[in-house]
Design a binder for this molecule. Structure first.
Ligand code: 5RP
Length: 292
């Protein structure tokens, strides 16, 4: 027990050495509160500044998606290769072991499926996110959707309010929609609106032209969704170009778990995102693992 008896005199005050006062490594989040920064630093690697997130939340709008029929068999072995997992609370409780130490990006908004109108959503209770120790609250935002734009921006705004109260960052997810274009102009607008409304991280799509306009238009980190399954080399090329043009990471699903070598793809994507590997180097990593 600490007491005054035999107490060694404190004298190493480092007089003349300014106190360490480093800026936070993630774009746009220097003024966040400690708990929020701590969660962000769990998702994004402070050394590379980047993150490989594994998304398998598709079932909340698509039901038993190809590759996600048996999450215990297909996704569990991939978790250890990710920096963060993105899923629904249902799958988390049923199939992700609580021993998993990876940060969780919780699918926080939900409400309609691909069978009706996407994006007719509400958000969950913040207590639920605290209970499962979420590190990100993922909310869909449908900019340009005349029926759901207002609703989904209100969902985002409310989530940011709740998350800020408890130090949990919000991931604004720019929505997929039948009539929404995926060019730089649209993606920059949708992502910027999410950031203006307080999202600490944005998830959006890559676009072939001028993607750097999207990353530069937004004051917080952007991670890209993978989108529909591509040939492996094309998916790796997309990841490389996204990072090269300023993305802070990927939040990929189908291009990982629908691959013929999901672990090979995880390793290859990691090499690009964290180690600056070229597309050819990453593809070789994928092939090497696949052909073991
Ligand atoms: C839709 C989502 C998805 O559910 C998912 O995370 C997307 O992953 P991918 O496109 O890489 O399969 O967030 O916006």
């Amino acid at each position: 027990m600490a007491d005054n008896e035999g107490n060694i005199n404190a004298k190493d005050f480092g007089i003349g050495i300014p106190q360490v006062n480093e800026p936070f490594f993630l774009k746009g989040n220097n003024n966040a509160e400690w708990g929020m920064k701590s969660r962000l630093a769990g998702v994004f690697n402070p050394k590379s500044g980047h993150a490989v997130m594994l998304a398998f939340d598709h079932g909340y709008i698509m039901g038993p998606t190809s590759g996600l029929e048996r999450i215990d068999l297909t996704i569990r072995p991939l978790i250890e290769y990710s920096d963060c997992i993105m899923c629904t609370r249902g799958i988390l409780r049923s199939l992700v072991p609580p021993e998993c130490r990876k940060p969780i990006s919780l699918r926080f908004s939900a409400g309609s499926t691909i069978l009706t109108s996407l994006n007719e959503e509400c958000i969950q209770d913040i207590e639920e996110a605290i209970r499962i120790n979420a590190s990100l609250l993922a909310v869909m935002v449908a900019i340009g959707d005349p029926d759901h734009e207002g609703l989904t921006i209100r969902n985002l705004t409310r989530t940011v309010d709740l998350g800020t109260r408890y130090g949990i960052p919000t991931l604004g997810v720019t929505a997929v929609g039948k009539n929404l274009t995926r060019d730089a102009r649209y993606l920059a607008m949708a992502s910027r609106v999410c950031a203006e409304n307080g999202a600490q991280v944005i998830k959006t799509y890559f676009c072939e032209e001028n993607f750097e306009q999207v990353t530069n238009a937004v004051p917080v980190p952007i991670v890209i969704a993978g989108g529909k399954k591509l040939p492996e080399k094309d998916a790796l090329s997309m990841a490389w170009r996204a990072i090269d043009q300023g993305a802070a990471g990927v939040d990929m699903g189908r291009n990982i778990f629908q691959s013929d070598s999901p672990i090979g793809m995880m390793l290859a994507v990691r090499a690009i995102v964290h180690e600056n590997a070229s597309v050819d180097e990453a593809f070789a990593i994928y092939e090497e693992y696949k052909n073991r």
